[in-house]
Design a protein around this ligand. Structure first.
Ligand SMILES: Nc1ncnc2c1ncn2[C@@H]1O[C@H](COP(=O)(O)OP(=O)(O)OP(=O)(O)O)[C@@H](O)[C@H]1O
Length: 235
């Protein structure tokens, strides 16, 4: 089987810090893999290697079977990235941002199609023609999701996507992720939020000092057990 996201013995040495110590990870279509770990565990480094933002010191990251370092542009067509703060053009409206980003990805949509992507992602209809500079963080996340869906991304890379969102916005975000995973999208999400990981993830991996020290299907644990497990590794 071709995994949508795969890390093989992935290693990253920064000048004076070994941030990733030979990570092996496979994520299949429809999986939502949540990476948990303290600050500095290596979560963002993992995501940045899949995005090709940084180069591995050894090992390789694969996206849809393609090695990221060898196919930096091609892999971007399959991926959508949603960081904690989704970067959009603040002077353009939600609609204009979506039109711009989808055309950069090679898709041209009518206004009614663009509207449908935005409202499907949960953006209120009255907001779509307002400038993004006035949007809340949760609204920008929704535009980020709409962009991911409109470019038919097969994989989503999420770095702390719900940090700072209120519970309602976080819940809506989880629902969107579940819907996308139901359609076969593979999701890799770095998070500090154990409960959200349990709620939305299909598997959780606990990272510590650049290593994946435990991986579990979330169905096998309740939220308290997951918290207990996490704390065990943090000592
Ligand atoms: N560009 C860099 N240069 C040097 N060291 C770095 C660089 N980026 C990250 N590091 C170090 O690598 C380690 C892993 O960082 P990383 O950002 O991947 O962790 P993280 O698990 O995402 O943490 P957080 O939860 O704080 O985002 C940390 O010790 C960090 O200080």
């Amino acid at each position: 089987m071709t995994y949508l996201l795969e890390a093989r013995a992935l290693r990253k040495q920064y000048a004076d810090k070994l941030a990733l110590r030979g990570l092996n990870l496979q994520i299949a279509p429809g999986e939502i893999f949540c990476l948990l770990g303290q600050n500095g565990a290596g979560k963002s480094t993992t995501i940045n290697l899949f995005l090709g933002f940084i180069q591995p010191t050894a090992g390789a990251a694969f996206v849809n079977g393609l090695e990221v370092a060898a196919h930096p542009l091609e892999i971007k067509r399959h991926l959508a990235y949603i960081p904690e703060n989704v970067m959009l053009y603040p002077h353009l409206t939600g609609l204009e941002n979506l039109a711009l980003f989808s055309s950069l990805a090679g898709f041209k949509y009518s206004e009614s199609e663009l509207l449908a992507y935005l409202t499907d992602a949960g953006l209120p209809a009255e907001a779509v023609r307002r400038r993004v500079g006035a949007y809340s963080k949760g609204m920008r996340q929704k535009v980020g999701i709409a962009i991911a869906v409109a470019k038919h991304a097969k994989m989503l890379l999420l770095d702390e996507p719900t940090s700072g969102l209120d519970p309602k916005a976080s819940n809506e975000f989880s629902e969107l992720l579940r819907r996308l995973s139901g359609e076969g999208t593979a999701v890799l999400m770095a998070t500090h939020d154990i409960f959200r990981a349990k709620e939305v993830g299909t598997r959780v991996g606990i990272m510590r000092e650049g290593e994946l020290v435990d991986v579990r299907p979330t169905a096998a644990l309740n939220a308290q057990e997951l918290e207990q497990l996490y704390l065990t590794y943090m000592h």
